[in-house]
Design a protein around this ligand. Sequence first.
Ligand code: ZN
Length: 267
Amino acid sequence: MNASDLPVAAEWYVATPLSPGLTLVTEPHVHPIFSANMYLIEGERRDLIIDSGMGVAPLRPFVDGLREDPTKPLTCLTTHTHVDHFGAVQEFDSRLVHEIEAEGMANPPAYSLDAGALPADLVAAFETAGYPPLWPLLIDALPHAGYDPESYDFKGATATGTLIEGDVIDLGGWQAEVLHLPGHCPGQIGLWQAETGLLFSADAIYDGPLLWQGAGYDVPAYAATLRRLRDLPASLVHGGHDPAFGRARMIGICDEYLDLWQAQGLI
Ligand SMILES: [Zn+2]
């Protein structure tokens, strides 16, 4: 496909207020497989953006426009270093990631928006998982007139701090605990707020086909993560993709994959 055939998006990012101080940011013109959820959480002393999308268009100005006080310090927390979760990380001055993913965040591989450049086994895994077929490009619109998809340049950034299981993110008036949730990615993290039952689960669990086949995935580790999540008294789960869901659905998704892996003799 010729990029000049694509329409120009009116807005690249879309913001959806979820509750006071919590806003979902999405990239609807990115193919569903690579269109990740970002969450802006506004605290009393500091704001937090969980993940930074594909990096097709500048994210920081959009996020600052959403913030009640754009002069407040802002931290970007990268849940894991897959292409759809840290594309704009370099735009933020404060950058957190699990220590295992720090090298991947600093030195990402050369990514392309050309779907033809994806490894064949990855494309096959997407199809097996049940995702819609890929588009020729990973976007169906341009962020601005004259945008050249070949100019897509995935930068990455060094972490300004690293996280491990049990660390606490404190924004002032809002705290959450870091959960290490390996399986989808070795150093993937989620955030757990015990007093409200709120879970930011990244790609450990979301309400769509989970990915578990291919390089970097670890089914036994993933199973341990799902068993752990299954026991968590979460009331609302905000995943790395797809809409939020409650505890019953979380247990249903965990059981679906644990049963599948057991039936296949993988766990
Ligand atoms: Zn993802």
